[in-house]
Write a protein that binds this ligand. Structure first.
Ligand code: NAD
Length: 255
C-alpha cells in the first residue's frame, strides 16, 4: 500500500501534464503532498489551468527539444520522482505511412522519452535515489494493424525503461514502464478518425464504449485517474523491489 505521507516534501516532474494521464498523475502527486511539481507540456495554458496546491514550475515546450532539457538540468538540484508520459498517437498501415508521420511519432514518443529520462537520471544519480515511470502502451506489446509508428515507439519505450533500470539500480534508482490499454483521455479527440466514430455512435462516451466492447475483455476503458494511481504505486515505496518491469494495465487487451 502507498504510505500516506511518503510523497510529502518531494520534488517530481511530469511530462504531458496538461491533459489525460499526465494531468491525473500531477493531481495524484499534489494530493499526496509533494512540495514541488515540474510540469512540461506543449500546452502551457493547459498546465496553468491545473489549479494544483503545491509549488509548480510549468514549462511550455516540446519534450523532443534537447535545449528544453539542457535549460532545466541547469536548474534542477533535486528530483525524487519522474512521470515521463508525453506522447502522441498516430496511425496508418506501413504501405501508406509517410516518413514525416513516422519521424514525428518517434521524435515525441521516443526522443522525448530519452531526453526526459536522461535528465531525470542525471539528477537522481547525483543524489543516489529516485523512481521513474515511463508511459508505454499495450501497443508496444500486442501487434495491431495500422499502428506501426506508435507501436514501435512504445515497444522501444518498454525496452528503454528496462535498460535504464539495469543501469540505474547501482545508484539506487528504480525505472519502470506502464502499458495502458484504452484510457479515456483527449488523445482520442486529437485523432482525425475519431470524430466520425463519435457521430456514428451518437456521442463520445458511446464511441469509447463501442471501442472498448470490441477490443477489451474487461469491457471498458480505464480512467486517467485509475492509471495515475497505478503510476503512483510504481513510484512509491510499495514498489521498492520492482524495477525494469512493465505493468500492463489493459483490461485484458493483450491476452
Ligand atoms: P493526452 O493527449 O490527453 O495527453 C498528452 C499530453 O502530452 C497533452 O497534454 C499534449 O499536449 C502533450 N504533448 C504531446 N506532444 C508533446 C510534446 N512534443 N511535448 C510536450 N508535450 C506534448 O493523451 P494521454 O492519453 O493522457 O497520453 C499520455 C500517454 O499515455 C502517451 O504517452 C500515450 O501514448 C499513452 N497512452 C495513452 C493511452 C490512451 O488510450 N489514452 C493508451 C496507452 C498509452
Amino acid at each position: 500500500m502507498v504510505g500516506d505521507s511518503e510523497f510529502s516534501g518531494k520534488v517530481a516532474i511530469v511530462t504531458g501534464a496538461a491533459s489525460g494521464i499526465g494531468a491525473a498523475a500531477a493531481r495524484w502527486l499534489d494530493k499526496r503532498g509533494v512540495a514541488e511539481l515540474i510540469l512540461i507540456d506543449m500546452d502551457k495554458p493547459g498546465l496553468d489551468a491545473l489549479g494544483l496546491s503545491c509549488r509548480t514550475k510549468s514549462l511550455g515546450g516540446d519534450v523532443a527539444d534537447p535545449s528544453l532539457w539542457k535549460l532545466l538540468e541547469r536548474d534542477l538540484p533535486r528530483l525524487d520522482h519522474a512521470v515521463i508520459n508525453a506522447g502522441i498517437a498516430s496511425n496508418g498501415d506501413i504501405v501508406d505511412l509517410d516518413i514525416a508521420t513516422w519521424r514525428k511519432t518517434m521524435a515525441v514518443n521516443l526522443d522525448g522519452m530519452f531526453l526526459s529520462l536522461r535528465t531525470a537520471l542525471r539528477v537522481m544519480k547525483r543524489q543516489g535515489s529516485g523512481s521513474v515511470v515511463l508511459t508505454a502502451s499495450v501497443s508496444g506489446i500486442k501487434a495491431a494493424a495500422g499502428t506501426a509508428a506508435y507501436s514501435a515507439s512504445k515497444a522501444a519505450t518498454i525496452q528503454l525503461a528496462k535498460v535504464a533500470a539495469a543501469e540505474a539500480a547501482k545508484y539506487g534508482v528504480r525505472v519502470n514502464a506502464i502499458a495502458p490499454g484504452g484510457v479515456d483521455t483527449g488523445i482520442w479527440d486529437r485523432a482525425e478518425w475519431f470524430a466520425p466514430l463519435v457521430e456514428q455512435h451518437g456521442g463520445r462516451a458511446e464511441a469509447l464504449a463501442a471501442m472498448a466492447r470490441d477490443a477489451t475483455p474487461l469491457g471498458r476503458f480505464a480512467s486517467a485517474d485509475e492509471v495515475a494511481a497505478q503510476i503512483g504505486f510504481l513510484l512509491s515505496d510499495a514498489a521498492a523491489t520492482i524495477t525494469g518491469t512493465c505493468l500492463v494495465s489493459d483490461g485484458g487487451v493483450s491476452l
